[in-house]
Ligand binder design. Structure first.
Ligand code: NAP
Length: 347
């Protein structure tokens, strides 16, 4: 028996990937509803070989579904996710609104699947795209040799800023070649042929909220003792986030040992040879499920340090794939009640 599923934000970058991945992973779907804003009512989206017509969020009766994949931005999640959870289904929320809520588990299935036991608001949070791929690579290493400190610089693609982000890179690139209008709208500065060392909003300490999300979420999912310093950078890449990561451990760990650990780790693919086919770029990772780790090498500046390169498809592992994997985890653990109408909540 399958589930009645709703995808909110079905016309968006992440929502469309969610539909594709539900199919790819053979998630047991009995019924599926594509939901977006009123302006998209009737717009067609694909689910396998079927075409679905989008429904208006405000008019949809959420008590008729078992699970909701929510990916319509923070404002929509703030207004709707708790209401939807109270109506019965479990909401897998892609926004940052509930990630640090102590009554909402934040889950990457390869990292902290047991957190699924503690759902109190019928909401499970999906992490930030850069955090998701980072923790998949860090967790197996942390299990082998405790991580003390992490230094991360991200190279984040424009699809992390939604459809408008992708359109801006495309239009600016054409405008600069064609002498058209290249004025920034979605991003604070020109993104075509440039990099922007700023994502989100400034916090008082000079970091951005995107940077703070990464250490807060690593602390919640892995270990609050790990120290992190982060620089998030937007780059003119359509899909695929990259990260240059340096890790300090509490014991020596050789490059070969790290490579062997990561080769066995769920969700990780090690591509690490000293040749041009021996490392992964975002173009290679786009459309794939794995978190790729390349360029593993010793950090000669500290006693027990390693540096490496982590790349993944931000719309997949960073968002839609992880959300569907959470749905699978809910299914496998018997947490998701199939077509049962109402699952009572304990808040
Ligand atoms: N992109 C990533 O790498 C990534 C990673 C992790 C998490 N996320 C999160 O995922 C969410 C969506 O991201 P995205 O990249 O898919 O954005 P997007 O491409 O801009 O799509 C936004 C979606 O939300 C819908 N929406 C907007 N306002 C709505 C409203 N008032 N009522 C109903 N639907 C509404 C849009 O529908 P219309 O077409 O009808 O406007 C569209 O389907 C965000 O919360 C984002 O932070 C994204």
């Amino acid at each position: 028996m399958g589930y009645r599923v709703a995808v909110v934000g079905a016309t968006g970058n992440v929502g469309r990937e969610m539909m594709t991945i539900l199919e790819e992973l053979n998630f047991p779907v009995d019924e599926i509803h594509a939901i977006a804003s009123r302006k998209s009512k009737g717009v067609e989206v694909s689910f396998g070989d079927r075409t679905l017509k989008c429904q208006d969020l405000e008019q949809f009766d959420f008590s008729t579904v078992d699970v909701v994949l929510m990916s319509a931005g923070g404002t929509v999640s703030k207004e709707w996710s708790e209401k939807i959870g109270k109506a019965g289904p479990i909401v897998i929320d892609n926004s940052s609104v509930f990630r640090m809520d102590k009554d909402v588990p934040l889950i990457v299935p390869e990292v902290n699947p047991d957190a699924v036991k503690d759902i109190r608001k019928n909401i499970v949070a999906n992490p930030n795209c850069s955090t998701a791929q980072l923790v998949v690579a860090l967790k197996p290493l942390h299990d082998a040799a405790k991580i003390k400190r992490v230094v991360v610089s991200t190279y984040q693609s424009v699809s992390g800023a939604g459809k408008e982000g992708m359109d801006e890179l495309w239009n600016q690139t054409k405008a600069i070649y064609g002498l058209g209008d290249a004025k920034p709208k979605k991003f604070p500065k020109q993104i075509a042929f440039n990099v922007i060392p700023f994502i989100g909003a400034f916090n008082e300490d000079g970091y951005t909220d995107e940077e703070a999300k990464m250490w807060n979420e690593v602390h919640k999912m892995m270990d609050p003792e790990i120290k992190l310093t982060v620089t998030c950078v937007r780059v003119p890449v359509f899909v695929g986030h990259s990260e240059a990561v340096t890790v300090e451990f509490d014991r020596p760990i050789s490059v070969d040992e790290a490579r062997a650990i990561l080769r066995e780790a769920p969700g990780v693919l090690v591509v690490d040879k000293h040749e041009h086919d021996g490392y992964i770029t975002p173009v290679d990772a786009a459309g794939e499920h794995a978190v790729y780790v390349s360029r593993i090498r010793k950090d000669h500046t500290v006693e027990n340090g390693l540096s490496f390169w982590v790349v993944s498809d931000n719309l997949r592992k960073g968002a839609a794939l992880n959300a569907v994997q959470i749905a699978q985890l809910l299914d496998e653990t018997g947490t998701l009640k199939s077509s049962s109408g109402f699952r009572s909540i304990t808040v």
